[in-house]
Design a protein around this ligand. Structure first.
Ligand code: NAD
Ligand code: MG
Length: 342
């Protein structure tokens, strides 16, 4: 399998046997994964060093990479050394990027500890950091030696982070699996069995990524909800008390883009109602005012995927079926936001 993902219900010393082949091992954590996740693996690992960075997306930049590269250098890591990235998507993307570039690349594993990183960020080989305001602007594609997914880590994850990651789980079903969608929406998030839900969600992403690793075509369907969602996320980021987590913004984007799908790509009115009421029941409604609309316009128009005045979206042809490279106008997007607000 391209991504070398393993699911471990229980972590034991055997989980980490392969790490004994490395001369030196380091574990990268942030303060939250050091407190909550590292104690679970500490005594199962071979002798190792701990590298700690501050948590948060604000840390995901080249300055922090320099710190990590410096730590590896101080520890005299060579090409036979190894990095274990224990944390959410920030640790995975940045630690993976540091490992992939340190001395032209050392082996590393991803050990994702948030729902978002278990079903999304750790799968697909995209690594990197932000550059100023530009998200994931600097990076590489590199497949880790292994991705070890242990859903037990989720027990300490704050509820809002779990809910945020769940948006990507729902997205995977909407673009590729209507049966799983029906199963998920029949239960509240608190009743989901992550042991089953996560492998299923990963399999969908892996299937898409394997058919198009470099995002030349089909992989774009993973962007469903993200065109409008990203614009809303970026716009609200700097407004006091209105900042959304990624998944919360994507949930808004998925409703707007379901509305666009019903106008353009064959999603039925009934399906649109189902998608929107299921998402609203999990995420509630985000207040968007008339004054927000021109600002959203500016963010949407900056999207790299646009062609001229046309905005590129991935949309639904039905629940469980997605299409990509669908171009819509700003007027159509505005109507879809009006649908969301109505
Ligand atoms: P994150 O890594 O910031 O984690 C969210 C918060 O949860 C942090 O405060 C973290 O310290 C804390 N945390 C992590 N695990 C915990 C646990 N088990 N218990 C308690 N607290 C815990 O964010 P994220 O949502 O995991 O990932 C977001 C990042 O992932 C973004 O930078 C995004 O660009 C990236 N991403 C990458 C890809 C990709 O394909 N590479 C895909 C999607 C997202
Ligand atoms: Mg996303």
């Amino acid at each position: 399998m391209l991504n070398r993902v393993v699911f471990e219900q229980k972590l034991t010393k055997e989980t980490f046997t392969e790490l004994h082949q490395y001369k030196k091992v380091a574990v990268l954590v942030d303060e939250n994964t050091k407190a909550n996740c590292y104690p679970i693996v500490k005594d199962l690992l071979p002798d190792h060093h701990l590298i700690e960075i501050k948590s948060g997306e604000e840390q995901k930049h080249l300055g922090t990479c320099e710190q990590i590269w410096q730590s590896l250098t101080d520890l005299r890591f060579d090409r036979k050394s190894f990095l274990l990235n224990l944390g959410g998507g920030v640790i995975g993307d940045m630690g993976g990027f540091c490992a992939a570039t340190f001395k032209r690349g050392i082996d590393f594993w991803q050990m994702p500890t948030t729902l978002l990183s278990q079903v999304d960020a750790s799968v697909g080989g995209k690594l990197g950091v932000d550059f100023g305001k530009l998200k994931n602007h600097i990076g590489v594609f590199r497949i880790p030696e292994k991705v070890v997914i242990h859903s037990g880590f989720l027990s300490t994850l704050p509820a809002e982070e779990l809910r945020s990651g769940y948006a990507e789980v729902l997205k995977h079903c909407l673009i590729a699996d209507s049966k799983e969608w029906n199963k998920l929406i029949a239960k509240p998030i608190s009743d989901q069995n992550w042991e089953e839900v996560i492998p299923h969600s990963v399999a969908i992403k892996e299937g898409v990524v394997e058919s198009d690793p470099q995002e030349k075509g089909l992989r774009k369907i993973l962007n469903y909800g993200h065109t409008v969602g990203h614009a809303i996320e970026s716009y609200l980021l700097d407004i006091p008390n209105r900042k959304l987590l990624h998944g919360e913004a994507i949930a808004v984007g998925m409703i707007c883009e379901a509305s666009l799908s019903s106008k353009n790509t064959g999603l039925t009115e009934e399906e649109l109602k189902e998608v929107s009421s299921a998402l609203l029941s999990v995420y509630g409604k985000v207040a968007l005012n008339d004054e927000d609309i021109p600002q959203l316009h500016d963010y949407l128009m900056q999207d790299k995927k646009n062609e001229g005045e046309q905005i590129n979206c991935s949309l639904l042809a039905g629940i469980g079926e997605a299409v990509f490279d669908k171009f819509v106008t700003w007027e159509e997007i505005q109507q879809s936001i009006d649908f969301y607000r109505s």
